[in-house]
Ligand binder design. Structure first.
Ligand code: NAP
Length: 434
């Protein structure tokens, strides 16, 4: 039996969080109209612009999202920026429910002296640059330097390190953007340091990602064996096993016998204190740390790592939106499990903060769909809101040329057709190319 309540939903953001919410709504409600509104011309958010270019299997989930986008009741509006083309208030006037699936696209600052120097980039910018995100394709980081420092011990730090140390042949089956491939190939980086403020056992790297470090074609991975121990204060058995597993992978990494051009150094228990340089970064001064009851304490001992490039991979924040309460400390929208108020919802990193993998967005979508349906039923009347027609009215009024899913499929086909050798695609990185 058809559901009696017809619901119009606008989802802002076409990344995994937005698509999982759309999918859950389609699964649960027969009479729903869903419009996915995206600032960029291209869908899939972090799948395209965040996931590492050499992790193509992770990107396959976009096929599932494509199935959702191709449903009759779902429309994609790319190249539509909320706040410019249409305001959030206007959207709320048009739709029964608006879902914020805008991710967390702003780098957390380090908050140390010297952070303003040239040659220092947050991972949102740097990853966006090598992934061909139109906002960052012109970043032009100077890679003509012998050493780069990556600050942070999470998977994003590992992604960046792989991209910097892998050879052209190792990246041949990736979708690394042309401009980044050229810059990395022509740049002079020989030493890449991944630096964590905690010990090796407390790093946030996950097992699968650590396993990829063993066999680079032209890069040695350097670790200090004495640092690869689990602190005695960890009592939980499961936690101990997990950490031991990761350390065992690191201990198993051997220096190659053949000479290698590049070196990837893992450095632990070093907290960034100051970045030095004259206009451009020339080095990072770290304070040696020790852990006590889970806290990181400085020891008063310092060490400087000379480098001409710094990438911070220390987490992200969501951008505030006019009219939506914002938790400035945590950098996200506060909500009751995703419901900001009836009619306004949040999913993904904008709700939970920047943790978890693509699939972690799925339960958010389910919960959000249930809340939308419950709130629509509670209002006990047919919606009088115009939905899609209202949005299209605003776009026409402001002369906005939106990109449909058909348009995207043409862009996609052209990217795939333009791919070189074993690469999956050759990305267009500007709207005009698209
Ligand atoms: P993350 O896993 O939270 O790691 C952030 C790192 O930055 C931590 O080592 C943290 O240290 C450090 N940090 C934070 N503030 C710092 C500061 N002021 N100074 C020095 N270090 C600082 O974040 P992420 O790497 O950005 O990844 C985000 C999420 O995406 C994670 O859940 C990750 O697993 C996921 N991801 C998954 C994949 C994959 O599955 N292949 C790839 C990329 C990302 P503390 O621990 O001391 O706070």
């Amino acid at each position: 039996m058809a559901n009696p309540v017809s619901i119009s939903v606008a989802i802002i953001g076409a990344g995994p969080a937005g698509f999982y919410a759309a999918e859950a709504l389609l699964d649960r409600h027969a009479d729903v109209q869903i419009d996915i509104i995206e600032r960029l011309a291209t869908p899939f958010g972090l799948i395209r612009a965040g996931v590492a270019p050499d992790h193509q299997s992770t990107k396959l989930v976009s096929r599932r999202f494509e199935e959702t986008a191709l449903q009759d009741v779902v429309h994609f509006y790319g190249n539509v920026e909320v706040g410019e083309a249409v305001t959030l208030d206007e959207l709320r006037g048009c739709y029964d429910a608006v879902v914020l699936a805008v991710g967390a696209g702003v780098d957390r600052p380090l908050g140390i002296p010297g952070e303003h120097l040239r040659g220092i980039y947050g991972s949102a910018l740097f990853v966006g640059w090598y992934n061909g995100h139109p906002d960052f394709r012109d970043l032009r980081p100077n890679l003509a330097t012998p050493a780069a420092v990556i600050i942070g011990n999470g998977n994003v730090a590992l992604d960046i390190a792989r991209v910097l140390v892998k050879t052209e042949a190792e990246m041949a089956s990736s979708d690394l953007s042309d401009h980044a491939a050229e810059a990395i190939c022509e740049g002079g980086i020989r030493d890449v340091y991944i630096v964590g403020r905690r010990g090796a056992a407390d790093a946030k790297f996950t097992t699968a990602e650590l396993r990829e470090l063993g066999d680079f074609e032209d890069c040695d991975v350097l670790l200090n064996a004495a640092e690869l121990t689990v602190p005695s204060e960890i009592a939980d058995n499961r936690e101990l096993r997990l950490r031991e597993k990761n350390l065992a992978i690191l201990r198993g990494i051997r220096r190659s016998e053949a000479a290698r051009t590049k070196r990837l150094h893992f450095r632990f228990n070093l907290a960034p204190a100051t970045i030095d340089g004259n206009e451009r970064v020339e080095g990072v001064i770290f304070e040696r740390t020790r852990a006590e009851s889970g806290r990181v304490l400085g020891t008063g001992e310092f060490e400087r790592i000379p480098c001409g490039l710094v990438v911070t991979a220390i987490g992200y924040r969501t951008s505030p939106l006019d009219g939506v309460p914002f938790d400035t400390k945590r950098g996200r929208y506060p909500s009751a499990e995703g419901r900001i108020e009836p009619g306004l919802y949040v999913v993904g990193w904008a709700k939970r903060g920047p943790v978890g993998v693509i699939g972690s967005n799925r339960p958010d979508g389910t919960l959000c769909a249930d809340q939308i349906i419950a709130d629509a039923k509670a209002s006990e009347r047919q919606s009088a809101k115009p939905g899609r027609a209202g949005l299209e009215g605003y776009l026409a009024l402001r002369g906005v040329r939106s990109i449909t899913f058909d348009d995207w499929q043409r862009i996609d086909a052209a990217e795939v057709a333009g791919a070189r050798k074993s690469a999956p695609r050759r990305k267009f990185t500007t709207l005009s190319e698209m």
